[in-house]
Design a protein. Structure first.
Length: 62
């Protein structure tokens, strides 16, 4: 990957991590219905991050 590509990938991963942190920061254990929705949203955001990571080219070292 070029430097520009690497910077863009890091930016995209950072943005998705910020989304996850924001969801966690706003979670409230007092309201179980909202907590359930927040957990579902968190699961979706984590799956999206995993998909982004899985799509990156990997270089395997022997």
């Amino acid at each position: 990957m070029t430097h520009i590509e690497t910077a863009r990938v890091n930016e995209m991963l950072g943005l998705q991590i910020a989304v996850i942190k924001d969801i966690v920061r706003n979670m409230d254990g007092d309201d179980l219905e909202k907590l359930d929705m927040d957990i579902s949203e968190l699961e979706g955001a984590i799956l999206e991050l995993k998909g982004m990571i899985a799509s990156l080219p990997h270089r395997y070292l022997a």
